[in-house]
Ligand binder design. Sequence first.
Ligand SMILES: Cc1ncc(COP(=O)(O)O)c(C=O)c1O
Length: 382
Amino acid sequence: MSLKIATRGTISPFIVMDVMRAANQRASEGRDVLHLEVGQPGTPAPSRVIEAAKIALDDDRLGYTDSFGVPKLRQRIAGHYKDYYGAEVNPSQIVITTGSSGGFVLSFLSAFNAGDRVALAAPGYSAYRNILTALDIEPVMIPVGPETNFQLTPKLISACAGQLDGLIIASPSNPTGTMIHATELNAISDYCCDAGIRLISDEIYHGITYGPRAQTVCGLNSDAVIINSFSKYFSMTGWRLGWMVVPEDMLRSIECLSQNLFISAPTLSQLAGIHAFDCTAELEVIVEGYAKNRDLLLQKLPEAGIDKLAAAEGAFYLYADVGHLTNDSYTFCQKMLAETGVAITPGIDFDPNCGNNFVRLSFAGPYADKAAAADKLIAWLR
Ligand SMILES: Cc1ncc(COP(=O)(O)O)c(C=O)c1O
């Protein structure tokens, strides 16, 4: 007799992971693969972080830490807000998490009840809606397109029927790389304050921008939860380390949730992560590499007939409208992988309604791979 599996666990898969598995399977058969599907840096953690980790392995017991994280790391992050954004944050409001993913679970559980409604842009990072759904919180998808730079505006939010309890924004966004600049960010933040909506700002791609710096919500809205991570700019995906800036009145609830769900974020990563903020020179070289990859794809993809691209101002993605080539992006990406070895992600991962006409290409890996992939796509699509 098979036992029941709870419906809350039957959320949509994170399709990019399925694509990655298919690509890895192909590679294990000795066949060529060019990875433009995964959204992770191709580089290791900065060298000072690795050195600090080696020392901690030898010298530290690596037990649990306080649920809010190692005090020195929390202070260092508060210092980062001062140095990078000129924003004042009390270290007591910094909560260390197991990647930003841990931050989503903690903040959604703390801010929303089952049945609450949380708005977010479509296309957007799929885990937002999948985690909300698993927690019985209703994701309210607001379609966005090139007219608003694939970002939400107060007008779009206010046009949404029914009361909203929360709003998630991401600038730069995954999958589009588009940003919400200062005036719009202020307007969205003010709208949320006036309407009693809890704003959650995913700032994971801050530091990876190709024009103006990304603006933080920190200092704009004292009720907002800010989520960030060491995974992208700091090139530390597998270290599973992130942080939140949490409003004072949510701290105790987040603490209790964190103690029970995670106890603490990985200690080794926390001790090493303190040094990530001293590695700017090394990290900026990585961002320069992304910029070169981006320029290359922006130049080459139109030769393959892929020329309707979101204005990737940050992150390491190009979100392309391929509606003239397919109305089934999942099958299109499968066929591309099978026939060219180029792995990219179907838009339905980010937008279940319109994503069948879109694909996402990640340009985070080596330049040579992007060049080879572009040439293959040009040959394939011609
Ligand atoms: C927009 C966005 N937020 C959050 C995450 C999760 O990152 P992590 O849990 O590694 O911090 C990702 C990962 O790709 C992302 O693209």
